[in-house]
Design a binder for this molecule. Sequence first.
Ligand code: AMP
Ligand code: ZN
Ligand code: FE
Ligand code: FE
Length: 279
Amino acid sequence: MKKIDLHVHTIASDGTLTPPECVHRAKELDLSAIAITDHDTADGVAAACAEGEKCGVEVIPGIEISADYLGIEGVHILGYFIDPNSPALNELLDWVIQERDARNEKIAAAMRADGIDVDLDEMRDKYATPVIGRPHFAAQLVEKKIAQSISDAFDRYLGEEKIYYRRREYIPMDRAFSVIERAGGKAVLAHPLQYEFSEEQLISLITTVRGYGAVGMECLYSQYSEQQSEYLMSLAQHFGMCVTGGSDYHGSRKPDIEIGFGKGELNVPYELLEKLKMA
Ligand code: AMP
Ligand code: ZN
Ligand code: FE
Ligand code: FE
């Protein structure tokens, strides 16, 4: 059976492999297709697609946009088959980066006030991404031996309500959908159980995204048990949505997650991509 992974991050956001390296990793692991879904940027898409053509891995141009939903920290919307050069998309992404920069300045100032030597210009050079975020600050805290691991950095310093957490503004959710559509893409609700909603809230979220034009939901995911995936698949069927799946690969920043395999159990068949293409 042909296997795929529709949720992969590269160094263009907060992964640790370059886009071509991700494609090679997928090839080594015998995957047929991967989608590049960096946070708030499509900068990695072109290089991944070019490499995919060379080595025979189908690469889907994608993105993962964090959107505001009822003021919670951000619901993630995946966009597949987007045109990375779409003016509407890039106008939105420029705004997101400005918002991130303003927030990053606050985080850096708070760290410096505590004697932690962080410099945003150096971080931009070092990480080669326009979307510097908390994962990069977490990496700095690990390098400086202030935190033991990325997750320790989030648990003690950068998670919501921790000392270096600063809120940023997210785009309204309907705008994420309209921009994905204008960029020629198809929108999918990412990891629906990550928001820690009650069943009622979850159904309300799915009803809302369906109304905005989401064609699918990510039912197969590294963190989900078979039972959880089956539950999500039954909801997808109820709402007439495609089932999609991906690992949320981030390279060594999430070291227990492998492309295509997640924590070992993930298995996303190619036919889900075929159905998504037809949605
Ligand atoms: P930001 O968009 O800058 O606020 O950073 C959010 C990103 O940080 C998420 O998309 C995750 O990739 C990562 N993240 C959030 N919480 C954690 C955590 N507890 N451990 C590791 N990574 C996390
Ligand atoms: Zn991430
Ligand atoms: Fe996400
Ligand atoms: Fe992700």
